[in-house]
Design a protein around this ligand. Structure first.
Ligand SMILES: NC(=O)c1ccc[n+]([C@@H]2O[C@H](COP(=O)([O-])OP(=O)(O)OC[C@H]3O[C@@H](n4cnc5c(N)ncnc54)[C@H](OP(=O)(O)O)[C@@H]3O)[C@@H](O)[C@H]2O)c1
Length: 316
């Protein structure tokens, strides 16, 4: 998508040997930019000259990020970085965000990067009664992105996870209402759902546009704070820090997926052992994530669940 200019936007992306993208004149919508990997993605995009629209859950926290981005951006004016309220745990909020983004774009087009995600120490539900991880990591992003397809400039990047390889979608009990909830099961199911959606969406994208899927790797962020016990979380973070990647390194694969020439529908992640760390490269996804028939069934269910089809939401 990008013209190229001088290299070196700084940071530790692992692909500084490639020219830095020139995103002047482009607008990118990035979710999850208030923290972690998404914040680093936004920072690089701002340096590379993109205008940003950032749908965020925590406005106060995001205003701090916005101020920092405005200091770094290559774009003049306060509207170089704009915030939109978005709570992915509430489909009403997603619908309002879609409207607001449409208004902000003023007929312009944008690339979309879906980074926001959540973990939880116990089973919780969204406002709409979805299992939280499935709702926030897959169902709500699907409503957001599919509703914004008419304004996509060239790319949609979906941040998923290699955890999807352990995932199993259970059509009889997708929200773990009857079957036992565990964090690994819920996380892998949510990410497999997002991978299957990405596969299905890739075949439906408007001409000239494409979907890319990204696994950022093992990255020290707030996501490690998942145990529900602050002391244990601190211990896990301290132990992970020397082994896992920084948020900047985690952003590398996402930025690579957005800006580098890639076959449509690629799955990008770190090239190291088990794809935990390393430089971005094309990696293999699970057989389930490549099963087009299964993906179509999953997507048909999600579409009904989030009300993307005329017959409206159902309950799983
Ligand atoms: N870290 C890893 O090792 C790793 C590995 C594989 C995949 N990933 C994926 O990478 C993505 C980014 O994660 P991260 O590691 O950067 O985690 P993070 O630091 O916890 O950031 C998560 C972002 O998502 C936002 N978010 C959470 N719930 C939301 C909601 N209901 N509505 C709107 N926004 C919401 C958060 O907003 P607030 O600031 O309001 O909390 C934050 O901006 C996720 O999709 C995650 O699954 C991460």
């Amino acid at each position: 998508m990008a013209r190229t200019r001088a290299r070196g936007a700084g940071g530790a992306l692992g692909w500084e040997h490639l020219a830095a993208p020139d995103l002047r004149g482009r607008t990118v919508v990035v979710t999850g930019a208030s923290d972690g990997i998404g914040r680093e993605v936004a920072l690089h995009l701002a340096r590379w000259g993109a205008r940003l629209v950032l749908p965020v859950r925590n406005r106060a926290k995001a205003e701090v990020v916005r101020s920092r981005l405005l200091r770094k951006t290559a774009v003049a004016g306060a509207d170089a970085v704009r915030l939109v309220d978005l709570d992915l745990a509430d489909l009403g909020s997603v619908r309002r965000a879609v409207e607001e983004i449409g208004v902000l774009l003023e007929g312009d087009r944008a690339d979309l990067v879906s980074v926001a995600g959540v973990v939880s120490p116990r089973r919780q539900e969204t406002v709409d009664g979805f299992e939280l991880l499935l709702g926030v990591n897959a169902l709500a992003p699907m409503l957001l992105v599919e509703s914004l397809l008419p304004v996509v400039h060239e790319r949609v990047v979906l941040v998923t996870s290699h955890a999807h390889t352990a995932g199993r979608f259970d059509p009889a009990d997708p929200h773990f209402r009857r079957t036992r909830w565990t964090l690994p099961r819920a996380c892998s199911r949510a990410k497999l759902t997002a991978m299957q959606w990405g596969l299905d969406l890739g075949a439906r994208m408007p001409p000239g546009t494409q979907v890319q899927l990204t696994h950022p790797g093992w990255v020290v962020t707030n996501l490690q704070n998942a145990s529900g016990d602050a002391r244990l979380d601190r211990l896990v973070t301290t132990a992970s820090r020397p082994l896992a990647m920084t948020a900047t390194e985690g952003a590398a694969a996402v930025l690579f997926s957005l800006t580098q020439p890639l076959p449509p529908g690629s799955y990008v992640g770190p090239d190291g052992w088990q794809h935990l760390r390393g430089r971005p490269t094309l990696i293999r996804r699970s057989a389930a994530a490549l099963n087009a028939e299964q993906a179509a069934r999953t997507v048909a269910w999600v579409r009904r669940e989030v009300g993307l089809d005329a017959d409206g939401p159902t309950s799983g």
